[in-house]
Design a protein around this ligand. Structure first.
Ligand SMILES: [Zn+2]
Length: 359
């Protein structure tokens, strides 16, 4: 993924401040009820749904397992092993597993899509909830914190610069690990909503600035999914989507993402509200903003309102609090934590098991 310019961020930040003010005015009015009036009747608490707990340690084991396959960029041996792992695991849990294949130059890439029917149903939902992560890793360590392979891309005989491929513990394995753990608990107990978990490939292979800025060899799997999802009745027309990208780093912080807010404001508010209610308000920061070009963009353009949950890239204003190991050889399990996976995983589980939209 790539972040937008600082200027854009600043403009968005001002916009966000304005919205923030409006909300706090509303709160003040609500609190100004005269003391003599009877207190409003207590509202019933939202129904507490019994569901399996999301196990952050199991998710962390899956993150380590993916990294143990080695680097996982298109065409690498680790990429092949990881694909087999995803397929094997998901066939244990899902009602249906779809492999959606594409090709970039000479290299095949594969989206692995796991479909879970709604509780008590024997057919896919027409409007399931979609959760997305990318599972491929970057073939070159070109992040600002990297001491190797900086200075852009070279397209060689066999593809992009592969001199310093990254381990991709956070940037690929984290969101993927959370989705695998969600698959495990969904097998244990289906949600009322149908769920589609899309493990997309080829997000991070090529050059985001290539092709006159449109990107070349990046977001491959999400573009394919966006183009073709209507060909698969099992996927239906997702109600909304949530993209999980870089959600396992230590000191995780997830500011609201501006494209998400533009395309899917209701989902953004719902997810950040759930996180708040679970006590994760320090991580999910609705009062802070970032703008990222990621797998959610093609999906939003194709009519699936999708938000991106992502630890900021280490650029201004997140040089200190962003994920400093982004696109470096240090994007390793040692810089990730089971606690972060648990925070995001529990938020997603709560979202899925409380979704009551007509299926
Ligand atoms: Zn990346």
């Amino acid at each position: 993924m790539r972040n937008r310019t600082l200027a854009t961020l600043l403009c968005m930040g001002l916009l966000c401040l304005a919205v923030g003010c409006k909300q706090s005015v509303g709160e003040n009015v609500a609190n100004a009820t005269p003391v003599s009036q009877p207190a409003p009747a207590p509202q019933p608490a939202p129904e507490k749904i019994k569901r399996p707990a999301f196990d952050g340690d199991l998710a962390f084991k899956s993150l380590e397992k993916q990294c143990a396959f080695g680097v996982r960029y298109l065409g690498s041996p680790g990429h092949k092993k990881c694909l087999e792992y995803l397929e094997t695991e998901l066939k244990k849990y899902a009602d249906k597993v779809i492999l959606q294949e594409g090709k970039y130059k000479d290299l095949p890439y594969t989206n692995v899509i796991a479909v879970f029917y709604p509780e008590g149903k024997q057919a896919p939902a027409k409007m399931p909830v979609l959760i997305v992560s990318h599972w491929d890793t970057r073939p070159v360590a070109d992040g600002p914190g990297s001491s190797v392979a900086q200075g852009g891309f070279r397209f060689g005989e066999k593809g992009w610069n592969r001199l310093a491929p990254i381990p991709g513990a956070n940037d690929a394995a984290s969101g993927t690990a959370i989705m695998l753990e969600l698959a495990r608990i969904l097998k244990e107990q289906r949600a009322k909503t149908g769920v589609v978990l899309a493990f997309v490939d080829g997000e991070d292979y090529g050059d985001f600035r290539g092709n006159n800025g449109a990107g070349d060899g990046v977001l491959l799997g999400s573009i394919l999914l966006a183009q073709k999802y209507k060909d698969y009745p099992e996927i239906g027309q997702p109600l909304y989507g949530v993209l999980l990208d870089m959600v396992g780093g230590k000191n995780l912080v997830i500011p609201k993402e501006e494209n998400s807010q533009q395309y899917a404001p209701a989902t953004n508010e719902k997810v950040f509200g759930i996180a708040q209610s679970l006590g994760y308000g320090e991580v999910f920061r609705f009062d802070e903003t970032q703008s990222v070009e990621d797998d959610h963009i093609p999906l939003n353009r194709a009519g699936i309102p999708t938000i991106d949950l992502i630890h900021p890239l280490p650029y201004e204003p997140y040089v200190q609090r962003g994920y400093r190991y982004w696109h470096t050889l240090n994007d390793s399990p040692a810089n990730c934590s089971a606690k972060s996976l648990k925070i995001v995983g529990e938020t997603m589980a709560e979202l899925l098991y409380h979704e009551t939209a007509e299926q």
